[in-house]
Design a protein around this ligand. Structure first.
Ligand code: ARG
Length: 258
């Protein structure tokens, strides 16, 4: 009897060692409406989606908040099970992590100072690029480690060589870049569309150039080869897209332009 109990507890320890009751998630909670902190709580589209995933998996969601440029690495090194962080699928990231199916389409956009004549009456992506290239010694603020930074500096993935005559300056988050622009340290900010809408709505003195510069897809990251988790996540994403829960979450956080 004692021996049997001994073996049972060993099995129990081994079992609990590999099957955790927690789902750990890496994010950078400085990216409203996808992830941000409000009233001391994590909120946003990604947070709500992650809560559903955790509950479907019967696990407790544990969120690790970090700088955005550590998010992918933390899943790659298995310090977190998943990452939801408005994370755009790209080739470089695919080398170190696996992506789920996509759950949101995004694009980089320009935030400018209100009434900046250099960026008036633009209609197409080409117009925006021309206007940026035409301006002299333009300073562009971006969030460090993001596709916005890669785009601004020039990125093969977008087939875009980067802006001419412009300097790209990286910030820890979009809000800091907007503040720097309002303090005349920057001319424009490039960031993902939905965060750009939030930032232009919550800051006076800035406006959005409502033209998509890139074509991006957000997805959830899991560590390489973790097919079991990836399949389950894709199944949950499929379900919540079909039953309307995904759209409800997006609507809940959707921000109209000012
Ligand atoms: N979509 C961009 C990227 O993947 C920006 C994401 C920033 N996310 C954040 N939580 N700060 O690079």
């Amino acid at each position: 009897m004692k021996i049997a109990l001994f073996f049972l507890s060993i099995v129990g320890i081994v079992f609990s060692g590999c099957k955790s009751d927690k789902l750990t998630m890496a994010t950078a909670a400085n990216f409203a409406p996808f992830e941000y902190i409000s009233g001391g709580e994590f909120q946003g589209i990604d947070i709500d989606v992650a809560k559903i995933i955790a509950s479907e998996l019967g696990k407790e969601l544990v969120i690790y908040d970090m700088e955005f440029d550590s998010v992918v690495q933390s899943v790659a090194s298995k310090n977190a099970d998943i990452a939801l962080s408005g994370l755009t699928i790209n080739k470089t990231r695919k080398q170190v992590i696996d992506f789920s199916d996509t759950y949101f389409n995004a694009a980089q956009m320009l935030i400018i100072k209100e009434n900046d004549e250099r960026f008036k009456n633009l209609k197409t992506k080409e117009d925006v690029i021309k206007a940026v290239n035409k301006a002299k010694s333009l300073k562009i603020g971006v969030q460090a480690g993001t596709t916005g930074e890669f785009y601004s500096k020039g990125d093969k993935d977008w087939g875009f060589d980067g802006f001419k005559n412009a300097e790209t300056i990286s910030f820890a988050n979009g809000a800091m870049a907007v503040t720097a622009m309002l303090n005349n340290q920057l001319d424009v900010v490039i960031i993902d569309e939905m965060p750009a809408r939030v930032l232009t709505k919550t800051n006076s003195g800035v406006e959005l150039v409502d033209i998509a510069l890139t074509d991006e897809e957000y997805a959830i990251a899991v560590s390489k080869g973790n097919e079991e988790l990836l399949n389950k996540i894709n199944e949950i994403l499929r379900t919540i897209k079909q039953d309307g829960r995904m759209q409800d979450i997006i609507n809940k956080y959707y921000v109209q332009q000012k």
